[in-house]
Design a binder for this molecule. Sequence first.
Ligand code: PMP
Length: 423
Amino acid sequence: MNQITTLLEPDTQQDQLLPLDTEKIRQDFPILQRRVRGKQLVYLDNAASTQKCVQTIAAIRKAYEQEYANVHRGVHTLSQIATEAFEGARKKAQYFLNAASEKEIIFVRGATEGINLVASSFVRPRVSEGDEILITHMEHHSNIVPWQMLCQEKGTKLVVVPINDEGEMIAEDFDRLLGPNTKFVSVGHISNALGSINPVKDIIRKCHSLGVPVMVDGAQAAPHLAVDVQDLDSDFYTFSGHKVYGPTGIGILHGKAEHLESMPPYQGGGDMISSVSFSGTTYNEIPYKFEAGTPNIAGTIGLGASLDYISEIGLDRIAAHEKEVLDYGTEALSQIPGLQFIGTAREKAGVLSFIIKDIHPNDIGTILDQEGIAIRTGQHCAEPVMDRFGVHSTARASLGLYNTKEEIDALVRGLETVLRIFA
Ligand code: PMP
């Protein structure tokens, strides 16, 4: 575990809901000190990717400078040290998700690969013509396209649960559309475009009462709220390292062991086999069966450090902090004349998606950039959400654990500049 106990006062370390000391936390993220276009950086693009803390950077550096060799296969010391660090990250991910076993933790490139793996290895053999796969209207493209591809191949129907004007999944429609033909459900835990938090535990309970397995796309949830896959009872849960203050090119897929055991490999190659001959190949045990080829060794170790970092701070404290900044931001931005929020769900994480009159979101983003403020503009890989709200794109400010109310004030000043320019 990384030493970040300095973030907490010694006599209060047990209190999970102590406010975050953002000033200290910000010192862990060197990039937040930099200036952009001569202004102090205000980084509000966390839903796209998060910044990296020194603990993660140090872990990656150490992996390359002192502990680097290929993993699993070597008898030499360095390979054993690297393997220990690499497998240590699996343990950290198990702890992070409260998974029943480290065998249920598969290293993937990110949430996108996690979903594709499940579509390909779990769902493909289980569906045929007339069957249905259920998703919602608020999904990221990564939780739409793999299912579309599979449906096209198998003649299966993709059924989409509508969302209301607030950007919430309509529960009655979900109940109506979940039927005897539903063979699989894949749902986002939190929408990246709207911030809506889906009632995934409820969804899973309903699906399981009909024997339907559920995948949760946790790309936007893992950094923002405590996830317990045993409590959720999810069949599969996936998230990306780069959204939990970790490296790109690495992510986690959790799957129940019984499912993983029953699934064919996703890709063939080294490491996923136990023996190969031209008359036949036997596959390695889980989780290695799903990890073909040399993995992202240093990235995995870096992800382990990031998971330690946020686990030690506490996801409940992070969630409470982000909610406070979100509420402050919602109130502050609602004072901007002509600003309309896209996504006003009652259960919402730190996403402020909005449009202002007929000002193009790209213009908003470009003007804010002049002030050192980084937000995202566009469709956020969620074109169907944009269509649902009748907009081309939105401006989106998205929060992370290091964001402050002062940064929201800076955003408001930036938006006032936008209004002045377009007056
Ligand atoms: N799902 C959601 C909800 C996301 O926000 C994202 C990333 N924006 C993804 C899936 C895909 O994640 P990645 O690109 O890291 O694989």
